[in-house]
Design a protein around this ligand. Structure first.
Ligand SMILES: CC(C)(COP(=O)(O)OP(=O)(O)OC[C@H]1O[C@@H](n2cnc3c(N)ncnc32)[C@H](O)[C@@H]1OP(=O)(O)O)[C@@H](O)C(=O)NCCC(=O)NCCS
Length: 172
């Protein structure tokens, strides 16, 4: 069982939890643990959704996006390794897309993903994202990325409780 929280870190403890998960998930070159995550999370146009285990509240996943006018760009998503394939990332993404579509009136969502990151590519496709170009050598020479885009029309008005999307219960 897990529940979702929408909102940027307001406490040092929350930020430390995010940084800990970031460090545990990404290799140094791809990690935002050394300051970037803190910087991004303080921006007014950032949207963060965190997944916490019930009942102990342990952080098991998060997604971070940036809302820029009509578009919301997904920058990071991570689920703790031992809790993967339980639908957590899908629920995180659905929550952020619904929040962007209803609260920020976003029409589209974009992201970049490494071609060889099969779990992430499949996750995004399952949410309605489509390939929208190839970014050659995007990460390092030889490591390319897909640009992906998703139409948010199906996510409009779909948030439980409308704008009051403070917590959604999830289970598996
Ligand atoms: C990508 C990631 C966030 C997916 O998290 P998750 O909670 O395991 O994903 P979900 O359980 O919600 O999976 C939803 C769908 O995504 C796809 N998917 C997820 N993991 C997959 C895998 N290992 N192989 C193939 N498809 C996968 C499936 O379509 C899945 O639906 P299904 O379980 O009904 O088949 C997780 O693997 C992760 O944290 N990876 C490391 C960080 C990362 O690469 N982030 C993305 C780049 S920023």
């Amino acid at each position: 069982m897990f529940h979702l929280e929408v909102g940027n870190p307001t406490s040092l403890k929350f930020l430390e939890e995010l940084v800990g998960l970031e460090r545990a998930t990404f290799k140094k070159n791809d990690s935002w643990a050394d300051g970037e995550l803190e910087q991004m999370s303080k921006k007014r146009n950032s949207i963060i959704v965190a997944a916490r285990l019930v009942p102990d509240g342990k952080l098991c996943g998060y997604v971070l996006c940036t809302s820029t006018g009509l578009n919301v760009h997904v920058s990071k998503i991570a689920v703790r390794a031992e809790y993967r394939r339980q639908g957590i990332a899908k629920r995180l993404m659905q929550a952020v897309l619904r929040t962007a579509a209803t609260q920020r009136r976003s029409c589209s969502s974009t992201l970049h993903v490494a071609l060889d990151n099969e779990p992430a590519v499949q996750l995004y496709r399952s949410l309605g994202y489509k390939e929208d170009g190839l970014l050659e050598d995007y990460y390092i020479p030889g490591r390319h990325a897909y640009k992906m885009i998703c139409d948010l029309e199906p996510y409009k008005g779909a948030a439980e409780g409308g704008l009051a999307l403070a917590a959604i219960n999830g289970k598996k």
